[in-house]
Design a protein around this ligand. Structure first.
Ligand code: FDA
Length: 395
């Protein structure tokens, strides 16, 4: 039997962070993962450059940028481990980074630099990394947790669950964290794929498939939530940052509204062109502002035909509704196969916001994506993983 002060299951972003802080406080810690390498999602994230945090995150923005049944839950951990704390860590390790739009920070080089930094920190903190290790059973006896693994029995008075969500099973996601929560009497909120491409029914796909690969900046809206981001047509439906963001709010069957030319008034722009370009086919006239295929689709959807000169102002206003308020109805999402995160999870009601410890199970902690805290696209999810892992490690 191997005895530690703490066992952490899941060597992703949150588990690595929790293990490093535990080790730094002078305690023995074992970080377990069933895969052969730690931090696989860090490695592939952000197109291989890891969007590791977001500079726009502060106490005010945090309320909007995380979805949870209790959006205030994340504030405590996020305020004690800020984006600047992680930036300072990268700077010390000599890892160069840059800012893309909307506060998103990426490595200049490979994301694996972050994994290397964290595994080095873990080693220096005296932590044990047990890879290729399958968890078979977990039991509790008094204050001790017994974890039966493929490497033998491990025991500790503290157990941290950092096993992530269900997204991308091919990369090691198992959903085991939810089962452990239920085993110890914690409640779960409904889980579903988020930050995920959406799909169209066959009759829509016939129209949109020819556009696959085309991207345009849009405003996308679902009820009162809106994002100004790029939209990408795919062979199965829609993707791109606009769709990934809104997917976290969207429910099966809900309509979404797209503005394909945000900040412009297409009816007025076309009316202004009527004298000079009146002989142009309507879709060609519209293609001055939109990619040709999208312009053709908008005109076809509006049911309009003919030349620009044939359209009176009322008709141009009609076309404008297909450009500025195009209603789309995805039928589903690509699911956990491609979702970046799992929305929902271990209920925050059952966790201490400062330490991530289960209120009814002293010594048992849940951190990272397994918890019902889901960030927007743009580095928010890693920041939550760093911050919640740090909080548990400190505790
Ligand atoms: P994470 O999933 O990282 O780690 C969980 C660990 O537990 C894994 O190592 C897994 O193998 C292990 N595990 C699971 N079941 C186990 C079991 N039964 N036994 C033992 N171990 C087990 N976020 C962001 O902020 N910026 C970005 O750029 C991106 N990009 C991105 C791209 C892609 C393709 C994906 C899929 C996701 C992102 N994300 C992201 C989201 C981000 O990756 C995610 O929020 C964090 O990795 C969550 O960190 P965790 O440590 O909680 O889980």
């Amino acid at each position: 039997m191997m005895r530690f002060d703490a066992i952490i299951i899941g060597a992703g972003a949150a588990g690595l962070m929790a293990a490093i802080e535990t080790g730094r406080s002078g305690r023995s810690v074992c970080l377990i993962d069933h895969t052969a390498r730690p931090g696989e999602k860090i490695r592939i994230s952000g197109g291989g450059r890891c969007n590791f945090t977001n500079r726009e995150l502060d106490h005010l923005t945090a309320r909007d940028r995380f979805l949870s049944q209790n959006p205030r839950f994340a504030l405590s951990a996020l305020s004690r481990y800020s984006p600047q704390d992680f930036i300072t860590r990268l700077d010390r390790a000599g890892i160069a980074w840059h800012e893309k739009h909307k506060g998103q920070l990426f490595c200049d080089g490979k994301a694996s630099q972050i994994v290397d930094m964290l595994t080095r920190d873990l080693r220096e903190a005296g932590g044990t990394l047990s890879l290729d290790t399958t968890v078979e059973t977990i039991t509790r006896e008094g204050t001790d947790f017994h974890v039966t693994t493929s490497q033998g029995l491990m025991t500790a008075p503290k157990l941290v669950i950092a096993t992530g969500g269900k997204s991308i099973p091919k990369m090691g996601a198992t959903g085991i964290g939810y089962k452990i929560a239920v085993q110890f009497g914690l409640s779960l909120t409904e889980t579903r794929p988020a930050l995920v491409p959406l799909t169209f029914a066959e009759q829509e796909l016939v129209k949109t498939k020819p556009l696959a690969g085309t991207a345009i900046p849009v405003t996308i809206q679902h009820n009162k939530t809106r994002f100004d981001e790029d939209l990408l047509f795919t062979h199965r439906g829609l993707s791109g940052p606009a769709i990934l963001q809104i997917s976290s709010y969207w429910r099966d069957g809900d309509p979404l509204t797209l503005d394909l030319l945000p900040g412009q008034n297409i009816a007025r722009l076309l009316a202004d062109q009527r004298q000079e370009k009146g002989r142009m086919a309507l879709h060609n006239a519209l293609a001055r502002w939109l990619p040709e295929k999208i312009a053709a689709l908008a005109v076809a959807e509006s049911g309009m035909q003919g030349r620009l000169a044939d359209q009176n102002n009322a008709k141009l206003e009609h076309l404008a509704t297909y450009v500025h308020q195009w209603q789309i109805k995805p039928v589903g999402s690509e699911g956990y196969r491609t979702a970046e995160v799992t929305l929902g999870g271990v209920s925050t009601k059952d966790l201490d916001a400062k330490t991530m410890e289960a209120k009814s199970q002293p010594g048992l902690f849940f951190v990272g994506e397994v918890v019902d805290v889901t960030g927007w696209l743009g580095g928010y999810n890693f920041q939550w993983a760093w911050a919640s892992g740090f909080a548990a490690g400190k505790a």
